[in-house]
Structures are given as structure tokens and as C-alpha cells.
Ligand binder design. Sequence first.
Ligand SMILES: Nc1ncnc2c1ncn2[C@@H]1O[C@H](COP(=O)(O)OP(=O)(O)OP(=O)(O)O)[C@@H](O)[C@H]1O
Ligand SMILES: [Mg+2]
Length: 346
Amino acid sequence: MLSIEQVCKTFTTEILPERASGDSRKNKKVKPVKTKILAADHINFQVKPGDIFGFLGPNGAGKTTTIRMILDILRPDTGQITWMGKRTMDIPRRSFGYMPEERGLYPKMVVDEQLIFLARLFGHDKAYVQRELDYWLERLGIAQNRKKKLEELSKGNQQKIQFLATILHDPEILIMDEPFTGLDPLNVNQLKEAFLEMHKRGKTIIFSTHQMETVEELCENIVLINKGKVLLNGNLRQIKRDTGRTVVRLAIENDPEMSWLDNIPGVAVTKRRADFVELYLTAPTSTDDLLRLVMGRGGHVLRFELAEPSLNDIFIEKVAGVSQEQDPHRYAAVAQEYLNSTTVTR
Ligand SMILES: Nc1ncnc2c1ncn2[C@@H]1O[C@H](COP(=O)(O)OP(=O)(O)OP(=O)(O)O)[C@@H](O)[C@H]1O
Ligand SMILES: [Mg+2]
């Protein structure tokens, strides 16, 4: 078990205060002001061995800081982090495979040379590393790049090499900071498959991401943090069940807007997408009532689906503190704002 207990971390930075407009003291030196940032505020969560664990939070939430503390790159101010009862700072580095947010390989070094070099730093024999490397280069479809310098590869392929640098020394625990960022959908799939293979090999996988659908696909358990605090932690299915809500997704041919839904009591439309309209139901309308209403309108029903709320919705509701059910209009505005501001496509 990886156990993060009551972990706190404060950064102190200096920022230059903004001058008030109309301030005439142009040449006067402005003194920087010391500011404290509580990047981790009593963080508690646990990761089971062999789990694929999603580490979520908006930009600046404290994910990278926490990851660095797990790896003992940063020391917590208070609290402790243990793996199987032992402090992670006392565990050999080779137990961890770390894919940092800022990718850190050698751009001018040939791909296979640097991968073998890095894996052998952890004491593996050359034959083992070579065998694993051959397998993974084929598996990820990048074998033709093995004799190129890293800087000659596309961004996505460089990222695959970074993944190989994370796993090639056969670590027990993989900790990856936004491993899917910047990959096209095919490469995202390949990386997901690689995750599943590492999972089958019994590895513990922890990764941060802003891609909620990937988390829904891969992770049984998650933690969501914001402003250094844990907002949600546990089994993803249970977290969804705990919302106590059922979502209805509806599509009718030639009626994409379905504006008539707005006049039905107990129906809260929360999304109007090109492919479906999503809504929640509260009394007096039940899903059976809604289905009858829809059938009664006589259109060709393309979709009538009952689903759990998406992790994306739960994320936005928790982080922004807006209930989609109680305040669908504000929720829609906040969700749009989040989409505009986040670095999903970075
Ligand atoms: N070395 C540092 N010095 C000062 N402040 C820092 C330092 N590292 C992080 N911070 C601050 O700590 C907070 C948490 O940052 P962190 O990088 O952990 O967030 P994150 O969740 O990884 O965000 P993102 O999704 O953007 O990567 C932010 O307010 C950030 O500005
Ligand atoms: Mg980060």
C-alpha cells in the first residue's frame, strides 16, 4: 500500500506587487512581497498495490508537488509517505518509474543508447534491457526510430520514449505526471494498452491527467484534489453511485435541440450536444414518464440511455462547487469556463 498521510507542503515565493494605475512613482523600486502557497494541505490517500490509480485536480491543485514528495524529490513539511509500511525516502530509487511533467531525456542522444544507459544505471544486465527494449519498441510501433536522436522524433514518439525510460528498469511503482498529454487518439490507445500490460505484470500505476474519459476507462480508484486539499477519494463506481443521480441521454432524429424538454416539470437539461441532449430527472417525472412522452411525440428515437454522471461532471461540480442538478445554468457556464481555461489540449 502506498500511504500518503497528513502531508503538507508550503512554498514561499516572491512576487512583485502591481502598481496602482496612475501611480507617478515610476522610478521608485518596487519591493517584492513574500507570499506563501499551501500546495499540499493535509493530503491523505492510499493506493493499493497493483492498482491503476487516477490522480486528478485542476491546474495548480498540487498534483505534481504531491508526486514529487512521493518520490522524495521534495520533502513534505509535515506528514509522511510510506510504501508497504516503509517511508518512500528509504526505498531504493529503482522501485519507482517516474515520468515527469517536464520530460527530461537527452535530446541529442540516440534513442536506444540512452534507454539502455538509463535502465542499466539501475543495475540490470544488458541482455535483459535489450530484450525488453526490443519488445517495447515493436509494441509501441517505434522500432524504426531506435537509431535516431531523440530530438529528431515527433512529440508523440518522444513521449513514448519517455514512457519506456519510465518502465525499462522494471520498477514496482509507476508514477506518471500527465502521460497522455499531447498524444493523438491512436497513441493514447497504445499507451493505455501498455498501462494494462504493466497492470497485468503486477505493477502499481499512478498517473495524473486532465482526460476524464481515460480515467473512467482505466481506473478503479481515484483521488481528486483542489488547492492542495483532497475533495474526493475512493472507488470511482462508488463515487458515481454516491451522487444518487441518473443521467438520461436522449437523441431524436431531426430534433437536436429538443427545446420542448424545458417545459416539462422535473426535467433539468444540463447539456445540449450535437449528438445528444443530457438531462437529470426529479419528481414528478420518472424515466418511464419521460420515455412515454418521447414515444408520444412520434419522432424517430436514436438514443434513450440511462447512465451514471460522468467523471467530468463530478470533477467540475466538486472543483467549482456548483451542483449541476440544482443549478444547471450556472453549471453550464462554469463547465464552459473550465473547458476554455484548462490545458486539456496542451
Ligand atoms: N517550486 C515552486 N515554488 C513555488 N511555488 C510552487 C512551486 N511548485 C509549485 N508551486 C505552486 O504550488 C501549487 C501547486 O502546483 P503543482 O505544480 O503541484 O500543481 P499541479 O496540480 O501539478 O498543476 P498542473 O495541472 O498545472 O500541472 C501552484 O500554486 C504552484 O504555483
Ligand atoms: Mg502538474
